[in-house]
Write a protein that binds this ligand. Structure first.
Ligand code: NAD
Length: 337
């Protein structure tokens, strides 16, 4: 895309702090003159029978059509008879890989200064297939589904990502010593794909050992690929290494070239409506979206302004031990563009 062509992207402001941090993104994009036209979609107030969820068919169609979007956090209303909003989105759009870069932010001190890794999580199956039932009273069963097609697809994406981003190594994270069939198949698929990428080093690490190595020395890793449940846990562990959920972006990759970027955190009901939320995670997610669109110059401009503002230390939100409101922090980023 040329930087002059306006591109239509779907925007879900979402729940809780979602609308506040989505407003920050819109403000920063306007100030940076990003050639994006937002098509905003809101969560419905009634269940749409076509999706069995509060997400409407039209919202999903918007992402399918635009192929690119940004999603705020969504809290699933408690009750029966409908699907979780995030699960509906993942299943209906076939968002098969969740990519979370985790890099130390210069100027924001944590235990480590040099974290630079990427987790790639299989997003559609494993323990999250939603297949649970009671066998007899007092005994329940949950099915972990691993398929060759979904494992090959996510492994392929991980190696493609590593190559495209000049990364050296892909580590497959597993527990195949115990779950020989399921994680065994996942590893088999990773090995198969690894053979097609001789320039990328490949290794296999058992999940428990991986956790220990990550907290001891995160520089031991580069790109990590793993089944759904391990990915959910490890990616939050990695977010903790760089300062928490308020800072960590992600992007979901779907079939047919769909890219739906989203912050890692939830709707933070405890601070919603208080102008206190840190918009960094959603802003950095929007930067990932821009990179997906090859708008790299604009992406760098926004990323540098965010990092510069945090490093300055004058304007920081409460989660980073500052006292700035979402609005003050956003204004500072715009001034730094
Ligand atoms: P959460 O991420 O919303 O909040 C955890 C803690 O982190 C809270 O103290 C919160 O104030 C803080 N926090 C999160 N984001 C922040 C930000 N940007 N700035 C400052 N502080 C921030 O997790 P939770 O409380 O477990 O979940 C709340 C709701 O969000 C639930 O309904 C859950 O289902 C939903 N959720 C949605 C997503 C998603 O849409 N992808 C992800 C996780 C949770």
């Amino acid at each position: 895309f040329s930087s002059q062509t306006p591109i239509t992207a779907t925007l879900f402001p979402g729940d809780g702090i979602g609308p506040e941090i989505a407003e920050s993104v819109k403000q920063v994009f306007k100030a940076a003159e990003i050639p994006i036209k937002w098509e905003e979609h809101y969560i419905g107030t009634e269940i749409d029978p076509r999706t069995q969820s509060f997400l409407t068919w039209e919202s999903l169609e918007s992402v399918r059509c635009n192929k690119v979007g940004l999603k705020g956090p969504m809290a699933t209303p408690i009750g029966k008879g409908h699907r979780s909003l995030n699960l509906t989105m993942r299943k209906e759009l076939n968002l098969y890989a969740n990519v979370r870069p985790c890099c130390s932010l210069p100027g924001y001190k944590t235990r480590y200064d040099n974290v630079n890794l990427v987790t790639i999580r299989e997003n559609t199956e494993g323990e999250y297939s939603g297949l649970e039932h009671q066998v007899v009273r007092g005994v329940v069963e949950s099915l972990k589904i691993i398929t060759r097609s979904a494992s090959l697809r996510v492994a392929e994406y991980a190696f493609h990502y590593a190559k495209a981003n000049d990364r050296e190594r892909v580590s497959a994270i597993h527990k195949a010593n115990i779950m020989q069939k399921t994680d065994g198949l996942f590893l088999e698929c990773c090995r198969e794909v690894a053979e097609k990428y001789p320039e990328i080093k490949y290794e296999e690490v058992i999940i428990d050992n991986c956790c220990m190595m990550l907290v001891k020395n995160p520089t031991l890793f580069d790109v990590l690929v793993m089944p759904n449940l391990y990915g959910d846990i490890i990616s939050d562990l990695c977010a903790g290494l760089i300062g928490g959920l308020g800072l960590t972006p992600s992007c979901n990759i779907g079939e047919g070239g769909i890219a739906l970027a989203e912050a890692v955190h939830g709707s933070a009901p405890d601070i919603a409506g208080k102008n206190m939320a840190n918009p960094t995670a959603l802003l950095l997610s929007s930067v990932m979206m821009l990179r997906h669109l090859n708008l790299n110059e604009k992406a760098n401009q926004i990323q540098n302004a965010i990092i510069g503002t945090i490093a300055d230390g004058k304007y920081r939100t409460a989660d980073l031990s500052g006292s700035s409101s979402t609005t003050e922090f956003t204004n500072a980023i715009c001034d730094n563009l």
